[in-house]
Design a binder for this molecule. Sequence first.
Ligand SMILES: Nc1ncnc2c1ncn2[C@@H]1O[C@H](COP(=O)(O)OP(=O)(O)OP(=O)(O)O)[C@@H](O)[C@H]1O
Length: 569
Amino acid sequence: MGDTGRRSQEISPGFCFADGLASLALLRQGMKDKTSDGVYDWNVTGASICYLGLQFLCYFLLTLGLELLPLHKLTAITVKEWWMKCWRNNLTNLKSETSSPSLEPFLAPSSEHVIPDFDLDVDVAAERNRVLSGSIDNAIIYLSNLRKVYPGENYLHKKIAVDSLTFSVQEGECFGFLGTNGAGKTTTLSMLTGEESPSEGTAFIFGKDIRTDPKAARCDIGYCPQFDALLEFLTAKEHLELYARIKGVPELKIDDVVMEKLVDFDLLKHANKPSYSLSGGNKRKLSVAIAMIGEPPVVILDEPSTGMDPIAKRVMWDVISRISTRRGKTAVILTTHSMNEAQALCTRIGIMVGGRLRCIGSPQHLKTRFGNHLELEVKPHEIHSEDLYNFCQHIREGFFDFPSHSRSLLNDIEVCIGAIEPITPENQSVSEITLSRQMLTIIGRWLGNEERIKTLVSSSTAPGVFGEQLTEQLFRDGSIPLPIFSEWWLATEKFSEINSFILSSFSGATFHGFNGLSMKYQLPYGEDGLSLADAFGHIERNRKQLGIAEYSLSQSTLETIFNHFASNS
Ligand SMILES: Nc1ncnc2c1ncn2[C@@H]1O[C@H](COP(=O)(O)OP(=O)(O)OP(=O)(O)O)[C@@H](O)[C@H]1O
């Protein structure tokens, strides 16, 4: 073997080891040249041992590098960004060396990507100015122009997941982070917990910078990720014990702390089951319990209640409000798609759309600022069976010549929907009468409202409380039974009466569809609109005459405010 071939093989530990052994064997057999008489001579095992030592060092450093460097994040774009940043920093350093030193404002915006104030909602801009100027009393967490850009498909189009996010969270606060799917909530939380590194800007947790000191920043966080990160073969109890030890709970207290969490989250009966055998909801409870073990001062929960039953949700809400608002020392950041959860738990809410914060404030503040209307839900009285009977008779006498029958009309409707036995020739009644499209058109004309029938027989959805089902039935069967048609007609008439009353009484009122048997409206509210008392008074005075069984008037819900931001994105 040539000298070059041999050298190239010496980078392999296997070759060095075998070569050393072979040289040793040759020496024993006396087959080595006379100059090599010692075992550790360079020509015997010395060279192999040295190469092996060198290789150990190189391969150890390589393994360490592969473990520590986030190589999966090393893309053309990230390398380019890193290079640009270094270049910019050099320029800034050169400038600062040549110019006189100036007092940099605390947390000065770090990039040219900062959204201008006029582009922001006033509350979001105020929060941003407060944080950037440093007037953040008691803030445990503050984010300063935090931004995350992902390389897009084929590294061509960048995806701005989080854009210049700036806000703070105080101790004792439960901050609700709401947003549409893909708004950037999880990415923000991942940056806070150190899973992702920010592209620009930074955040501070107890004054520790997540960019420069991510390990120290992480120490104060209890994190429940969006997807349960459990070890399949560890039981619920073992998980809690493991995390209690990791978080430094004193050995003597571990049993008590673990038991407390098992009881708090109603996991006692599942304590000794391996996590793979737990149901989705119980896995979620365990993940939240893990986040809270060791009483971390910052708790970050990414959609914690997903998959939990309503009772488990209430239990979890109780634990969260106990640790944040009641104990008053912990800051909680919570993302959720449940407006009820946000309403029940959060002292402050921020709604994110497309990576940007669109509004921020307490739930009541958001309702007062963005809820510029009242929500009215009206449920009319059900159609009286006597009225229905009379109406059916009226149509039958006008168009059909069937003998009247003693069966009650309610029975006839039950027959129509298949609830009782079918009609035999002896018990014929109005329920037997079915109305085709042509007959419906003629009846509509006869009743003086052909337009209403047109919507029923055309492919568009018919108006009224159950117009949609009726249109479907007509298209499916080609006809509809007389009692069903009569009930729809009378209900629609009642709806029209109430609808014109509301639209004429409250200028600017808009109809927002049906909710079961109720109709929903939005009424203008506030300075230009009505007061709650005016609206109540007016409806109450006309309630009997309009046949309103029940109604409710309320301020806008968080859901309508969320929908408003989501639809304007
Ligand atoms: N690793 C990634 N690479 C590229 N794009 C990503 C990556 N992770 C997230 N994104 C994109 O960033 C945006 C924000 O995602 P993120 O998961 O933060 O949204 P989210 O608000 O948590 O949504 P959801 O409510 O559905 O959980 C999305 O458009 C997503 O497609």
